[in-house]
Design a binder for this molecule. Structure first.
Ligand code: 5GP
Length: 233
């Protein structure tokens, strides 16, 4: 049986949430929804060596850094975590703003990849680790192709990473299936202990699988995320 627990019975209020999930699952859309609708939630702005996409603003979507600048900040210990993602560009979370906001008790969200989430787990185990899953593998591929921001080689690299990331869902405290951006975003915000605009949750009312690590059953969890498995993996 699925070990769902009502959100209002979470063991403790959570303020810092780390959100990970495969490429194109909609992490960016969830972050954008929260940025627009929930100004009470602080979103970490990552640093990256990736060039900006059309419409991306330096300091808002990312801090776009040169390779040299990123390396300097790594050497100076400025990152809470960093990783090379999809074997290409480096991405990292700057330590100082996160620690400041966390100390102030502000609801905060880090949207990072699996490698980064594992690093934060080591240094900030009190955070809540949330995995955003697609409804199915086919839907994930459809979203990636549909957004049209990557060429074929980049898409292949991202899907290859996605297979690994999806199989790691059982490491996370909570899995939210992103059927609908608003619903997924509101579920996420409610997990932060921030005042919610949602109706109170019941075990059957949402798509999230609220699974604290102490009560999780990794294999059952794998089975329940079966819709997101690659047909070829
Ligand atoms: P994109 O290039 O599509 O904006 O992001 C690619 C990947 O980098 C996504 O999986 C995203 O979660 C991840 N990412 C973004 N910011 C960070 C970060 O600060 N640290 C880590 N480890 N990954 C990040």
């Amino acid at each position: 049986m699925r070990p769902d627990i009502p959100l209002d019975q979470s063991p403790r209020p959570v303020r810092l949430v780390v959100l990970a999930g495969p490429t194109a699952v909609g992490k960016g859309a969830v972050a954008a929804w929260i940025r627009k609708h929930r100004p009470d939630v602080w979103l970490s702005v990552s640093a990256t060596t990736r060039p900006p996409r059309p419409g991306e603003v330096d300091g808002r979507h990312y801090h776009f850094l040169s390779d040299e600048e990123f390396s300097r900040r790594v050497a100076d210990g400025e990152f809470l975590e960093w990783a090379r993602v999809h074997g290409r560009n480096r991405y990292g979370t700057l330590r100082a703003p996160v620690e400041r906001v966390h100390a102030a008790g502000t609801p905060a969200l880090l949207e990072i990849d699996l490698q980064g989430a594992r690093q934060v787990r080591q240094t900030m185990p009190e955070a809540l680790f949330v995995f955003l899953a697609p409804p199915s593998w086919q839907e994930l591929v459809r979203r990636l192709v549909g957004r049209g921001t990557e060429d074929e080689a980049e898409r292949e690299a991202r899907l290859s990473t996605a297979r690994v990331e999806i199989s790691s869902a059982s490491e996370f405290d909570v899995v939210i299936v992103n059927e609908d951006v608003q619903q997924a975003s509101e579920e996420l915000v409610s997990l932060m202990g921030a005042a919610s605009t949602m109706a109170p949750q019941t075990p059957d009312s949402g798509s999230s699988q609220a699974i604290r690590s102490e009560c999780s059953q990794p294999q059952a969890m794998q089975d329940e995320t079966a819709p997101v498995q690659s047909p070829s993996a």
